[in-house]
Design a protein around this ligand. Structure first.
Ligand SMILES: [Cu+2]
Length: 129
C-alpha cells in the first residue's frame, strides 16, 4: 500500500521534466555532403546541414581520419588544415580542406547548439575510395 503513492509522486515529479524534452527539437544534422555512410571518389569540402540555425560561437567540428587503405592500425588522425564557413541562414557549415582528402574513412564530429541552447553532438562518417 505504500508503493502506489510513491509511484504517483514520481510520476508527478517526472512529468514537468518529460514535457519540455519532448516539446523541444534538439539541433541535429539533417543532411551532409558527402552523405552519412557514402563512399565518394573525392572531397575537397564537406557540408553539414542542421535542422535549425546554429550559434557559430558554440559550434565545433573536427575531421578525423579513422582508416586508410593498407594501414590496419591507423588509429585516429585529425585533419587540421581546413576552414569553416556558415551559410547566411546559419544552418549549413562548409568545411574546406587545404588539400583534397586522401583515400580513407573519415568521421566529421560536430557539436552545436540551436535556439534552446542545448549542446548536442554527432558524427557523420564517410569514405573516400
Ligand atoms: Cu591517415
Amino acid at each position: 500500500m505504500k508503493l502506489a503513492p510513491l509511484l504517483a509522486a514520481i510520476a508527478i515529479a517526472a512529468a514537468p521534466l518529460a514535457f519540455p524534452a519532448a516539446a523541444l527539437a534538439r539541433v541535429k544534422v539533417t543532411a551532409s555532403s558527402p552523405a552519412q555512410g557514402a563512399t565518394v571518389s573525392s572531397a575537397r569540402s564537406v557540408t553539414l546541414t542542421f535542422n535549425e540555425a546554429v550559434a557559430p560561437d558554440k559550434a565545433a567540428v573536427s575531421i578525423i581520419m579513422t582508416a586508410m587503405p593498407g594501414m590496419p592500425n591507423h588509429g585516429e588522425m585529425p585533419i587540421r588544415n581546413f576552414t569553416t564557413a556558415w551559410s547566411n541562414d546559419g544552418k549549413t557549415m562548409t568545411l574546406t580542406t587545404a588539400k583534397p582528402l586522401p583515400k580513407g574513412t573519415y568521421d566529421i564530429r560536430w557539436q552545436a547548439a540551436g535556439a534552446d541552447g542545448q549542446l548536442m553532438k554527432g558524427t557523420v562518417t564517410f569514405t573516400i575510395g
